[in-house]
Write a protein that binds this ligand. Sequence first.
Ligand code: ATP
Length: 497
Amino acid sequence: LAVSIDDVINVCKRRGIIFQSSEVYGGYAGFWDYGPLGVELRANIKQAWWRDMVHRRDDVVGLDSSIIGSPKIWKASGHIDGFSDPMVDCRTSKLRFRADQLFWSRAEVDGQLLGYVSLLETDDMDELVLEAATKLQRKAGLRGTLSCTPVKDFTEASDEEQSLVPSPATGEAGSLTPPRAFNLMFQTNVGAMVDQSSVAYLRPETAQGIFTNFKNVVATGRVKVPFGIAQIGKAFRNEITPRNFIFRSREFEQMEIEYFIDDQDATWPVEHERWLQTMWNWLKSIGLREDLMARDVHESHKLAHYARACTDIMFTFPFGTQELMGCAARGNFDLTQHAAASGKSMEYFDDETKAKYVPHVIEPSIGVDRLMLAVLCSAYAEDEVGGEKRSVLKLHPRLAPIKAAVLPLVKNKPELVEKAQAIYKRLQRRYYVTYDDSGQIGRRYRRMDEVGTPYCITVDFETLEDDSVTIRERDSTLQRRIKLPELLEFLEEQIDA
Ligand code: ATP
């Protein structure tokens, strides 16, 4: 991937797509604000998903459940007891790290142990390990050939080995505490009393709201198994090490489907594969680069206890290949847990076969923010137009924040301005479009390229005579004339496909 994460961060900041949360107070780790163009891009991502997963299917309905629900939900789902990551503390720096993201390497000079280097998993490992080891070598004043071999995942190391791992913060061995479970749920209190009895949690996933509403939807939604319930909403996790821009944050948004199927053993593998393909094709259709996508099948011994299978769709970000989304076959674990804890039946009755059972589910789950980052990394490009360098976001027209820019050739000819304004107002009824009359036309094109606007519509003197405009396409920069009555139809075909 030629694009660097700094290129993406810079364009996001420069163009008002993403800002650091609480920036005036020096920022707040793990939280992000979406600016004028970011909010449009996010809304378009969510709308594309909702249209394709809910509106354009006959077997999925929507839901919007509350962010805070009864704490009994999280007890039954297993989150209170088990939704944790292994954490280590650095005794010297007081910094905390996720132990399963901590990798350490043995550094040797001419085959002789020099020391150990530890780093967090998603960094550009090889280069940084070498850099740290070179520092060690310089400090030791040793000449010779340096080599580094990765040892293993910190959580798999023995007690003695753990005591050897240097802290990524200080480089000092023996300064990391042994790993302990750290629950990722944010706590709050509901009601006037602030004590143990009023503790509640911000949801760490949207899925449980779907399970707890399963019976409501079945009773009112005219749905029949197999069917899905889709939800888009905020989720919160007190991540130990939020990083890589918006890839891992503490407040994020998820788009999840619980697809309910029968309880026959032959059904779930077929449905699981079908959903993986559906999601893969959908990601491609909104412009994700397929050459950067891959599947990662979880090995059976690494699965959560309730999961039958889980396959992630991975994406190669500038900082490494990472999970973009997960697709799990969860059996009927969740519904069974809620039935047991609430005393309410979660059984489904099939009118045709007269069978009664607790449905199994397939769960495709993706983060809006993480997808937005993958979209930006897929779209960012630098090229040359007419000998001039440009940076361009080659976003799919469906996702582009601004769908078209209306550009009057000059701004001091009232008839031309009037015509351009009329076109602008007409398009505005349908899309988020912009009007720009400042500066050279080439400069105006470039501004739009950088924020991913797929079409620029130039209104010139000929327009007044023949009722046509010049439409310029962002990626090819090709220009052609189009009759005004055909303009809207053309845009619809490209944008609403
Ligand atoms: P990870 O292993 O990266 O912590 P996970 O396997 O716990 O993620 P899931 O619980 O499967 O993630 O969540 C489903 C999806 O939600 C992920 O594939 C990702 O797109 C998104 N997601 C999860 N945690 C975060 C986060 N902290 N920030 C942004 N998106 C997230």
